[in-house]
Design a protein around this ligand. Structure first.
Ligand code: HEC
Length: 210
């Protein structure tokens, strides 16, 4: 019994001595029984450190090229919105110069992002139509009403960016310039069905008739 009391008193003294001073102010470093990784070797971000791991000794890496600051203001320009600045009207023409390069890029991006549904020719007969999407996907040539053919470039850009009815938005997947490249390529696809014989150079017409 005597030992019990002794141990009991010692135990209380130990608990009070270690835990009892929590919250009090002192200049001495605290006694930490379980430091819980509160202090560990680390590099401070945005600071010059003695980081020997990287050649430039920086605490953090530079952002990769092409990184867009989240603080950068969203600009209401035709390039970003497909609309005339300050209005809700779509721009008639692609704000990027339509070069061969842009079209090649557009073809590549179209074949990746659009052809599964709209088909390589844009006729709405992509592979997904064999798996339950038959009759849903728009034919971009839209032979009957020519509705999509007559749309301004900005409206197609808007459809790609934000989706339309049952079509999802592709803004998160396709960069702005690439969306315009796709618009240019969709125009080329449409032209391929609309051109008439007179637009073909005379010396090539014979070959066409064969
Ligand atoms: C997952 C399938 C799918 C993909 C991928 C897809 N679309 Fe569509 N798209 C649709 C469907 C479905 C419609 C018809 C929407 C409706 O009106 O119900 C449509 C409609 C459209 C229209 C007509 C919109 C209108 O004004 O009626 C355009 C233009 C278009 N898509 C362009 C594109 C382009 C360009 C891409 C590639 C960036 C693309 N789509 C990718 C399924 C898709």
């Amino acid at each position: 019994m005597r030992y019990f009391l002794l141990i009991f008193v010692l135990a209380i003294a130990t608990v009070l001595g270690t835990a009892g001073y929590r919250g009090t102010l002192t200049r001495k470093s605290p006694l930490e029984l379980f430091p819980d990784m509160k202090r560990q070797a680390k590099l401070r971000p945005q600071s010059e450190t003695h980081n020997l791991f990287w050649e430039d000794n920086r605490g953090s890496r530079l952002p990769i090229s092409g990184t867009v600051s989240r603080n950068s203001p969203y600009e209401d320009t035709p390039l970003n919105t497909g609309r005339i600045t300050g209005t809700t009207n779509f721009v008639e023409l692609n704000p990027l110069p339509v070069t061969r390069e842009l079209l090649e890029r557009g073809r590549e991006r179209f074949q990746i992002s659009c052809s599964p549904c709209h088909g390589a020719q844009g006729d709405g007969k992509g592979i997904t139509t064999q798996y339950g999407m038959a009759g849903v996907v728009a034919d971009l040539h839209d032979a009957k009403t020519k509705k999509i053919v007559q749309q301004p470039d900005g409206e197609i850009f808007n459809t790609i960016s934000n989706g339309k009815n049952t079509m999802g938005a592709y803004a998160p997947n396709i960069a702005i310039e690439d969306r315009w490249a796709i618009v240019a390529y969709v125009r080329a696809l449409q032209l391929s069905r609309l051109a008439n014989v007179d637009e073909i150079p005379a010396d090539k017409r014979a070959a066409l008739k064969k």
